[in-house]
Ligand binder design. Structure first.
Ligand SMILES: [Mn+2]
Length: 439
């Protein structure tokens, strides 16, 4: 009797588990659960292309990847471009690993889960084709060469590509830096297309420091440019407009003269403390009151604008910075500006903790992409559809002065110089004649 009971219990248990197996569509009996059986073979793409966020090779947000520099015929609207360069860093280096860290930290952004609830918009499923353009191969051995490579790279990505393509709008780019100096080559190429550009600069530091703010017995031309002086250089080259903003500033200064120099470069400063003393809306209003909405604007985000608590992975941290939620709120609130190019720079993963800095960096890119796509095409801002070949002219008399001129301007300059030469020649000949006559 007892044996019979045990047998019947076993029998019931077996029956139940077999029934469950048949009824349970998640069991491993169901092979093509999501793919209805067709007469033909299931497509390999359907079977094997659905990666989880933590799987696959890292491109930014799992975007399609092409080396944009290798194929001028590629058409896309927005490119993510890595610039792994950090040898213009003045303190802790390591931002050359920024692009790969930001790409890795961006993996939870997918077109499937890319809906930005703050913006009520999904930048990954709209009109714009967004591509991960890979990295610009920049040398870490020679900064002079590195800037040549970056200048040439951005020229080809923006100016040349635009003149070759049938579309009237050049692609826009978000740089994954790299130290902050990578902004300059990007800005130079944008200037060729759009003319003078407003800078909206989120940073703990001013970055408008001239070379004299880095005094040294030793000097070289190349040592003049570092990641704290590229905005000074951009101003010298006439790339920037009259309406520029620094926000989140809290750097230590060499003196109050730093602010005077900054004023001379047409920057409005919003300090880091303004956000808690005057409020986040003050920061937003100040930016929007300063920068005209429909003029070309470059958005540059140094991750050190965040407090070191949220951005330890950077080269030059400054205590007392913004919270990520404040930065995100501000980025969302300025979405109507005309962003022609952007960057997230100074992410240095060796100093990062638990990917916090890199994840914040990836979020910045998400917000910027959202704004760029939501705003739509900026074709109406293109001033020069067939950019002139601008040439670098260095003055013999003043080693610090560099001009960027097109061929017409250079011909004019030659004419003027020839006239000056004729005048000098005439005067000298007159003097010689006079001397001769006195003999
Ligand atoms: Mn900076």
């Amino acid at each position: 009797m007892r044996l019979l009971n045990i047998l019947s219990i076993l029998l019931i248990a077996t029956t139940v588990s077999a029934n469950q197996l048949l009824a349970d569509s998640f069991s491993d009996n169901v092979v093509y659960f999501d793919t209805p059986m067709k007469e033909d073979e299931p497509k390999l793409k359907d079977m094997w292309d659905g990666l989880w966020p933590f799987q696959g090779i890292n491109t930014f947000a799992h975007l399609e990847h092409d080396k944009c520099l290798l194929d001028p015929a590629l058409e896309y609207d927005i490119g993510i471009i890595g610039v792994p360069f950090d040898t213009a860093t003045s303190y802790r280096p390591g931002a050359r690993f920024g692009p790969r860290a930001i790409r890795a930290a961006s993996q939870r952004q997918t077109s499937l889960r890319g809906y930005n609830q703050r913006a009520d918009f999904n930048p990954y499923t709209s009109w714009a084709k967004i591509l991960d353009c890979g990295d610009i191969p920049v040398t870490p051995m020679d900064n002079s060469l590195a800037f040549k490579q970056m200048n040439k790279g951005f020229e080809e990505l923006i100016a040349r590509r635009n003149s070759k393509n049938s579309t009237s709008t050049p692609p826009r780019y978000v740089i994954l830096g790299g130290d902050h100096s990578v902004l300059l080559p990007h800005l130079r190429a944008l200037h060729e297309i759009y003319g003078k550009i407003n800078i909206l600069h989120f940073d703990a530091h001013l970055d408008t420091w001239g070379p004299d703010k880095y005094p040294s017995f030793w000097h070289s031309k190349q040592a003049e440019l570092n990641h704290g002086s590229m905005l000074w250089k951009a101003n010298k080259e006439g790339l920037t407009s009259q309406t520029n903003v620094h926000a989140g500033v809290r750097t230590k200064l060499s003196g109050i003269q730093d602010y005077v120099d900054d004023d001379d470069q047409n920057f409005t400063r919003i300090t880091a403390d303004d956000i808690w003393i005057k409020g986040v809306q003050y920061v937003v209003d100040k930016i929007l009151d300063t920068i005209p909405q429909d003029t070309p604007t470059y958005l540059s985000v140094d991750i050190d604008v965040l407090d070191p608590a949220f951005g330890s992975g950077t080269g030059t941290q400054e205590p007392g910075g913004w919270l990520p939620r404040e930065l995100i709120y501000i980025l969302r609130s300025i979405e109507n500006l005309s962003i022609v190019g952007a960057d997230i720079v100074e992410v240095s993963p060796a100093f990062d903790t638990a990917e916090i800095t890199a994840t914040n960096g990836a979020q910045v890119v998400f917000e910027v992409l959202t704004s760029m796509v939501k705003k739509g095409s900026l074709a109406h801002l293109v001033k020069n559809n067939n950019p002139k070949d601008l040439l670098e002219i260095k003055s013999n008399n003043d080693a610090k002065s560099t001009q960027y001129l097109d061929k017409q301007e250079i011909n004019k300059l030659i004419e003027t110089k020839l006239k000056e030469f004729e005048e000098i020649k005439f005067n000298l000949l007159s003097e010689i004649e006079q001397l001769k006559s006195t003999q």
